[in-house]
Design a binder for this molecule. Structure first.
Ligand SMILES: Cc1ncc(COP(=O)(O)O)c(C=O)c1O
Length: 408
């Protein structure tokens, strides 16, 4: 179906403020259904989880619904969905848990393409255990993460391979299934950071080959909460540190403290929003998610092509990486301007973009760009329009003309 952009935009109250949001990678705007769901729970009688009274049952239902929604989004089982405040917090929980079982001589493999949230928790857990960290390198020109290197990086002592399903810096979508296959051949676990990939297309835990997949709802129209999913049998093997009286059931034992019931209702509503992106879609929620996200992906990819062509036509602009498979995310610099100055100039004109390293620390260190300010990031989400891309390109021209840096 043709993606109905007017209908989609109407679902985001914040878009009426008039800003142009190319900052979805840092957090998308919130869908109306999410706001309503959060408000409904805040207004309702809600108790701590208990089957004994109705408000307590409501909390139980909210949590169960959020687990089911995330399971539908990722192709997981609800009992395998661990909910938490952020992807970073969840990954630290897992790293501490797994790291407690590592020994000197064990190895973990991380990548320099990843957001630091899927690097540092593993590096620090390895250090604490005396385990060895091995690094997968990206190609500096293309921004690809060559799969072949994993044959050398992975060995008998590899316990874990952590890799991104989509770079939040330059969009690269690595061949995660192939990497996972190499890891599984030696019995290593695979932890996949899906924070940047999940908003941009259908996701399936099994097809990725991920043992653990992490996602953050605020990157796909929801509230600031995250989830970490795995086969429930996998969670059953692991024993995180926890309070003595808190539930030892799976997946609850990985969750710390009383959850935010209102925001969890927002997670469910965000998944329902994604499932409604294609109004003609039929079937269960997972089928409708596939249809809606496929339609949104086609829309985003057309905008990405438009943006890349526009940037390539501007000699003052340097775009980093040209990965064959990518999320709609582009890092660039304008000649003679610091990334922060470009961001500020665009920001003054109502365009919201990130600048810096966006925590893709190893990428920008390796590129030698970090100390001089990283880059500017334009990240496309399904509520963006072709007109917004044109306006961004025109504003870049205006900015560079004003500062006299445009080389034509
Ligand atoms: C690819 C990627 N991984 C992990 C994170 C961290 O997510 P959170 O803010 O939920 O900890 C981000 C946040 O920007 C990200 O883009």
């Amino acid at each position: 179906m043709a993606f109905d952009i007017a209908r989609t935009r109407a679902a985001y109250p914040a878009l009426t403020e008039g800003f142009v949001h190319f900052d979805g990678a840092g957090g998308t705007q919130t869908a109306a259904g999410v706001i309503d769901a959060v408000t409904d729970v805040l207004r309702a009688a809600v108790g701590n989880r208990s089957a004994a009274f109705a408000p307590g049952r409501r909390s139980l239902e909210v949590v169960a619904a959020a687990r089911q929604a995330v399971a539908d989004l990722l192709g997981a089982e609800p009992e395998g969905v661990v909910l938490g405040p952020s992807a970073t917090a969840l990954t630290y929980t897992l790293a501490r848990t797994l790291g407690a079982g590592w020994r000197p001589g064990d190895e973990v493999v991380v990548s320099r393409l990843d957001h630091d949230a899927n690097v540092r928790p593993w590096v620090q857990a390895a250090e604490a255990a005396g385990a060895t960290v091995r690094w997968a390198e990206f190609d500096r020109h293309t921004g690809e993460l060559p799969t072949g290197q994993y044959a050398d990086l992975i060995g008998e002592r590899t316990r874990l391979v952590a890799v991104t399903a989509g770079s939040n810096a330059i969009g690269t979508v690595p061949d995660v299934p192939a990497i996972a296959k190499a890891a599984h051949a030696v019995g290593a676990l695979v932890c996949v950071d899906g924070v940047h990939s999940v908003p941009h297309g259908p996701t399936d835990l099994a097809s990725l080959g991920a043992d653990v997949l992490v996602t953050s709802a605020y990157k796909w129209s929801g509230p600031h909460l995250a989830a970490m999913v795995a086969d429930p049998a996998r969670w059953a093997e692991l024993r995180p540190t926890k309070l003595v009286p808190s539930s030892d059931a799976v997946p609850d034992r990985f969750e710390y403290g009383t959850p935010s019931f209102a925001l969890l209702a927002g997670v469910t509503a965000a998944v329902d929003h994604l499932a409604g992106l294609d109004p003609d879609a039929v079937g269960d929620r997972r089928a409708r998610l596939r249809a809606g996200l496929t339609a949104a992906q086609a829309h985003e990819e057309a905008l990405l092509d438009q943006l890349l062509a526009g940037l390539a036509a501007r000699p003052a602009v340097t775009v980093y990486g040209s990965p064959a498979r990518r999320c709609p995310t582009v890092s660039f610099r304008v000649a003679g301007m610091s990334p922060a100055a470009t961001q500020q100039a665009l920001g003054d004109a109502g365009f919201c973009l990130s600048s810096g390293d966006y925590y893709a620390y190893e990428y920008f260190q390796t590129m030698g760009l970090r100390d001089s300010g990283g880059a500017v990031r334009a990240s496309i989400y399904h509520y963006n329009t072709a007109d917004e891309v044109d306006r961004l390109l025109a504003e870049l021209d205006a900015v560079t003309d004003r500062t006299g840096t445009m080389v034509r």
